[in-house]
Design a protein around this ligand. Structure first.
Ligand SMILES: NC(=O)c1ccc[n+]([C@@H]2O[C@H](COP(=O)([O-])OP(=O)(O)OC[C@H]3O[C@@H](n4cnc5c(N)ncnc54)[C@H](O)[C@@H]3O)[C@@H](O)[C@H]2O)c1
Length: 272
């Protein structure tokens, strides 16, 4: 797991940021691509590792932006061991409340973005790959894309599309030694969740309640599974969508009242 190079989209916040931090801690060199111009450099472990963290401002939904980010990557490295696509946006609300602009944004960032990013990364990933030691792509999907809930609207549809894209890419790229998998988190304590929780007044959207494990996920819970997909142990895992939800999906069935929505207050500041 050392002396390797990864690109992480959405690396400035939440799950992507934690993945960047974990990879740097394992001696990876990481390119963080994010629409946010600021590098995820506040964390103590990163302050001593800046030479292994390169942050580029990039809109993953924009062809030229992704191309120019990868031009910069290519100028400094001839190969990539892994690509993690964590950049994402959510717009909650019933489908009839969505605007065409909402739909364009969701499709652009959550579906077209990973495709554009994989397309640009492929030559670098293939440079690194072999059938025995494949290069890795990990998509950050969502349990909403497996089992939608009221108010998850078009976001759920984009994540279902991303899960299918994962399978298609796995089949197409496997022969050239690139394996593609997805994590499908349940509710995770990140800025995205706090933002979504505040907009539930008209949308029917409720953040999923605590899992059977008694808490919602922390970014670390997801980053650990992403690191598993990057590890040698996962070299033969390809085309999977792995739910990382503490058992939430298993616990939901009609009439089960044990799973209560998280109170908004608990999501504001210090998520439980
Ligand atoms: N938080 C949850 O409960 C949850 C649950 C399931 C899945 N997810 C997924 O996890 C991923 C990470 O989300 P998070 O919870 O860490 O949210 P987050 O908001 O903390 O991080 C998302 C990051 O993506 C970046 N981003 C947004 N649009 C972009 C664009 N056009 N180009 C480049 N970067 C862009 C943001 O600037 C931000 O840094 C997303 O794909 C999200 O859909 C989150």
């Amino acid at each position: 797991m050392t002396n390797k190079t990864a690109v992480v989209t959405g690396g400035a916040s939440g799950i992507g940021r934690r993945t960047v931090e974990r990879l740097i801690a394992h001696d990876w060199t990481v390119w963080s691509l994010d629409v946010c111009e600021h590098a995820p450099d506040q964390h103590a472990s990163l302050q001593t590792s800046q030479n292994r963290l390169r942050h580029l401002q990039c809109d993953v939904a924009d062809v030229e932006s992704v191309r120019s980010a990868f031009d910069a990557v290519r100028r400094q490295t001839a190969k990539l061991d892994a690509l993690i696509c964590s950049a994402g946006v959510i717009r909650v609300g019933a489908l009839e409340e969505h605007t065409p602009e909402d739909v364009d944004l969701l499709l652009g960032v959550n579906v077209k973005g990973p495709w554009l990013t994989v397309r640009e990364a492929l030559p670098l990933l293939r440079e690194r790959s072999s059938v025995v030691h494949p290069a890795r792509v990990v998509m950050v999907g969502s349990c909403a894309g497996i089992r939608p809930k009221p108010g998850s609207g078009f976001y759920a549809a984009t994540k279902a599309a991303l899960h299918l894209l994962t399978g298609v890419l796995a089949v197409e790229l496997g022969p050239s030694g690139v394996v593609v998998n997805a994590v499908a988190p349940g509710t995770v304590a990140t800025p995205m969740l706090n933002g979504a929780a505040k907009t539930d007044v008209t949308s029917l959207y409720k953040p999923t309640g605590v899992s059977p494990l008694g808490r919602i996920a922390e970014p670390d819970d997801i980053a650990d599974v992403i690191l598993f997909f990057l590890s040698d142990a996962a070299r033969y895992v390809n085309g999977t969508v792995l739910p990382v939800d503490g058992g939430t999906r298993a616990a939901f069935y009609p009439g089960n009242t044990a799973m209560q929505p998280v109170a908004d207050a608990s999501l504001d500041g210090t998520p439980q």
